[in-house]
Design a protein around this ligand. Structure first.
Ligand SMILES: NC(=O)c1ccc[n+]([C@@H]2O[C@H](COP(=O)([O-])OP(=O)(O)OC[C@H]3O[C@@H](n4cnc5c(N)ncnc54)[C@H](OP(=O)(O)O)[C@@H]3O)[C@@H](O)[C@H]2O)c1
Length: 240
């Protein structure tokens, strides 16, 4: 493990920061006195004083490069943008197309943004990347099988990215959480964390030198059963 990132004095870019967890990250970072590039597909949808709105669609390489040209002083990247749509199950004929769409955002989007901003952070003397994953990294259900697959793949990428960037002074953090109270989990009747608590826990972990943050009880539970005979993923409880 390298040296822990100091948030104070850093320059942050948060993808998908117009709402949900991304907005909470932008707000938490702004409240710590950090310069924040609040990135969104539509920068006009950024409604947070004290941040710099930036246009960034994680599926569009040219737009990511434009953002990088504008934000050359970034030292902390939060790969937050993500989508989650449901299918009828793994045998649903729509499964492949909807998986591709989710992979474009949740996996390749993370890869694209990391490939552009990782070297920028390294050139700026080091810093950190937080990749927003999920407890769904470690289990699946038929209706969210493609979403879970994107998060498992993004976890795998995160683990390799960490090794590539560690020597460059870039701390790569995988952030896992169960349900968070945002639009993505709207309509789901389950216990949900507050976005601001998840963001604050991630930033605290970052400053404590962590390379993986389990932001809530649910993500800790799911991960802790992986090495048991009957992992959580074998019998996940139904959700409404
Ligand atoms: N909510 C949960 O229960 C939960 C649990 C664990 C992990 N997560 C993860 O947390 C992250 C944030 O999700 P959320 O819960 O805050 O969901 P959300 O409220 O639906 O917000 C998703 C954000 O991602 C942005 N986005 C989607 N596609 C994008 C693209 N191609 N380029 C740039 N931005 C894009 C959205 O922008 P637009 O407004 O333009 O659509 C929005 O800002 C995701 O990675 C999600 O998988 C969520």
């Amino acid at each position: 493990m390298g040296q822990a990132m100091r948030i104070q004095g850093s320059v942050a870019l948060v993808t998908g920061s117009n709402r949900g967890l991304g907005l909470a990250f932008a707000e938490e970072l702004r409240n710590r006195g950090v310069k924040v590039y609040a990135a969104a597909r539509n920068p006009d949808s950024i409604d947070l004083p004290g941040v710099v709105p930036v246009r960034l669609d994680v599926t569009d390489a040219a737009v990511i490069q434009e953002a990088a040209d504008r934000c050359g002083d970034v030292t902390l990247l939060v790969n937050n943008a993500g989508i989650g749509t449901v299918n009828e199950g793994t045998l649903d004929p729509a499964f492949i197309d909807s998986s591709r769409e989710m992979f474009e955002t949740n996996f390749y989007g993370m890869v694209r943004v990391s490939q552009v901003f990782g070297p920028i952070i390294a050139q700026n003397g080091g810093g950190a990347i937080i990749n927003v994953l999920s407890d769904a990294t470690w289990f699946s259900r038929p209706i969210v099988a493609s979403y879970s697959a994107t998060k498992s793949a993004a976890w795998s990428f995160t683990n390799a990215l960490r090794l590539d960037l560690r020597g460059e002074g870039v701390q790569v953090v995988g952030l896992h959480a169960g349900f968070i109270d945002t639009d993505l989990a709207r309509g789901i009747d389950a216990e949900k964390s507050r976005p601001r608590d998840v963001a604050a826990t991630a930033l605290e972990g970052l400053e404590n030198g962590k390379e993986e943050v389990l932001a809530d009880e649910q993500s800790r539970l799911v991960k802790s059963t992986l090495s048991t005979d009957r992992g959580y993923y074998l019998d996940p409880p139904d959700i409404v």
